[in-house]
Ligand binder design. Structure first.
Ligand code: MSP
Length: 526
């Protein structure tokens, strides 16, 4: 028997590593996190864990969006100051992400002095380059969506086209960003980079939107109406529009901007030292326009690189309606966790929603997905470790372990292809097929019959070694979705940690002592 080995090497030399900077949206600090927010964060976490496993140097950012009119009003309704509400909600998101085992490197809050400094510097730069002008704005405003609408858009009913709430008539001085100047450049960028916005449906939606002339973007709100925001560096009677403030968070956390650069020389530090540009912005389809139109044009105007890719996923719906706090139909991921565990919730979210489409939450679908991982994969793990314990005193035999090599090979290729194309649900389905194939292998090899016949002892060794190999590979393949359970299983197999994808195929297993543990995915006791 060998003691738990430590062949899992540290990642490669830092300077040669691929760098990946992944972001979630920063969530409004007006309410508690629900299953929709959890999905975006778990999806980004799965990608971050996958890239780390391929040896990349990963920076994973999430956080809270804490300025704006909605914050000001929600706080007033609760008899709180906006910062008290923001502190409470930032803590609530932070705790939820800890409970869901999110591996972010940075939790940003837009009320942090560093971020306020970066927004100020960014705006100073646009101002110095003549990208901002002031004008009188007359029209309709929706407080809930924090945006202006035209007469035509609000119709005779005077309702917000997005949320159907009554809009307010406003006449006020506004600062505008010359967004319209960048329309052609943006279209060219999208056309030249077919994978810049995924999935293709969202890309087409944005190209469709860009067929109309692009308006300039109002980037300010008068303090007389809204004081809770970042003061404009060139007019202290106005604050920055919350969306502009929020989008800039991605640059703040990258370390690109030096806030001590001063107004005359907006000091952008050496891009080589920062994480910018982002490799991937992940978000729901509700906020694709802000990310694929406002954000890249602001970056163009500031002479900064564009994010490399934008992924817009679908909505979690209840029956036909989007899950949302204001509609009161939200599912609390933390409650589901009590019955199914963190990894049960993560598995459901990643396995059930085709990245890009909508998915409907039902308790039955949740149960069906949980049963799949418990019955197919949990069962494979359980029977393999039981048989090694029973037939070989818990020691993985030193024998050829290539009984399932062809399946392993094709599954690894499929999983990496799907993950690289951001189709996490397909990657998880492909990994599950390997577990199914391995269960089929057990049924054909009949190790219980091999065990009864001493002349077949070598075959039994081979069967058990091949099963240990496939389980090791599966710990690496499922790690992005179910990290805690895969760490438990790796330990049950006598490994110190889940191996990387590359190491999973070659790490020596013969001689390791397995430890039978409790079922990985137990029946929920309800
Ligand atoms: N604060 C802005 C984002 C600024 S990013 C620079 C915001 N916040 S939010 O709290 O409303 O969160 C929006 C994100 O939460 C969506 O884009 C999506 O990622 C996620 N979801 C919220 N409800 C959702 C569903 N019902 N289904 C799936 N995701 C959902 O917008």
């Amino acid at each position: 028997m060998r003691s738990p080995q430590s062949l899992i090497e540290p990642p490669l030399n830092h300077t040669q590593m691929t760098r990946r900077y992944l972001t979630t949206p920063i969530y409004y600090a007006t309410g508690d996190p629900h299953l929709g927010h959890a999905y975006t964060t778990v999806l980004t976490d799965a990608l971050a864990r996958y890239y780390r496993q391929t040896g990349a140097d990963v920076r994973f950012l999430t956080g809270t969006d804490e300025h704006g009119q909605k914050m000001q009003e929600t706080a007033a309704k609760r008899d709180m100051t906006p910062i008290q509400l923001a502190d409470q909600m930032a803590a609530s998101f932070d705790a939820a992400w800890r409970d869901l085992n999110i591996s972010h490197d940075r939790f940003i809050r837009t009320t942090e002095p560093e971020h306020i400094g970066v927004v100020t510097t960014f705006l100073e730069r646009l101002w110095a380059k003549g990208q901002i002008y002031d004008d009188m704005y007359t029209g309709w405003y929706c407080i809930h969506e924090e945006r202006y609408w035209t007469e035509k858009e609000v119709g005779a009913e005077r309702l917000c086209p997005d949320c159907q709430r009554p809009v307010e008539f406003v006449k006020e001085k506004n600062y505008f960003f010359r967004m319209s100047d960048y329309q052609d450049r943006l279209i060219q960028h999208i056309e030249a980079n077919p994978n810049w916005i995924v999935p293709a449906t969202r890309r087409n939606e944005i190209l469709g939107f860009l067929k109309q002339p692009l308006q300039d973007l109002s980037i300010s709100r008068p303090k007389s109406r809204l004081s809770w925001g970042v003061t404009l560096p060139f007019d202290s009677d106005h604050v920055c529009y919350v969306w502009v403030d929020a989008l800039i968070n991605y640059v703040t956390a990258s370390g690109l901007l030096d806030i001590d650069g001063g107004p005359d020389q907006p000091g952008f530090s050496d891009p080589g030292d920062s994480w910018w540009p982002a490799s991937l912005h992940v978000m729901g389809k509700d906020i694709i326009t802000t990310h694929a139109v406002y954000w890249p044009t602001l970056l163009m105007a500031a002479d900064l690189a564009l994010p490399e890719q934008i992924l817009a996923h679908g909505w979690w719906v209840m029956e036909e309606t989007k899950m949302s706090k204001s509609l009161g139909n939200v599912v609390d991921p933390l409650e589901l966790r009590e019955d199914y565990g963190t990894d049960g919730v993560r598995w459901y979210l990643l396995r059930d929603m085709p990245t890009g489409s909508d998915a409907s939450y039902t308790p039955e679908r949740f149960q069906a997905r949980y049963d799949e991982i418990a019955n197919v994969f949990g069962n494979l793990a359980n029977r393999t470790i039981s048989m090694i314990s029973k037939y070989r005193d818990g020691i993985i035999p030193e024998a050829a372990d290539n009984g399932l090599d062809a399946d392993i090979e094709s599954t690894m290729r499929a999983v990496t292809d799907h993950m690289d194309a951001l189709r996490v649900h397909d990657a998880m389905a492909a990994a599950m097929e390997l577990a199914r194939a391995a269960n089929g292998y057990v049924d054909t090899r009949e190790p219980w019959a091999q065990a009864k016949d001493p002349t077949r002892s070598e075959y039994l060794d081979e069967t058990l070694a091949s099963l240990a190999r496939v389980l090791t590979v599966l710990t690496a393949l499922f790690l992005p979705a179910t990290p805690q359970k895969m760490a438990d299983l790796a330990r049950q197999l006598g490994l110190e940690a889940v191996p990387t994808l590359e190491q999973a195929r070659s790490v020596p297993l013969g001689g390791l002592e397995v430890q039978k543990g409790p079922p990985l995915f137990p029946r929920p006791d309800r």
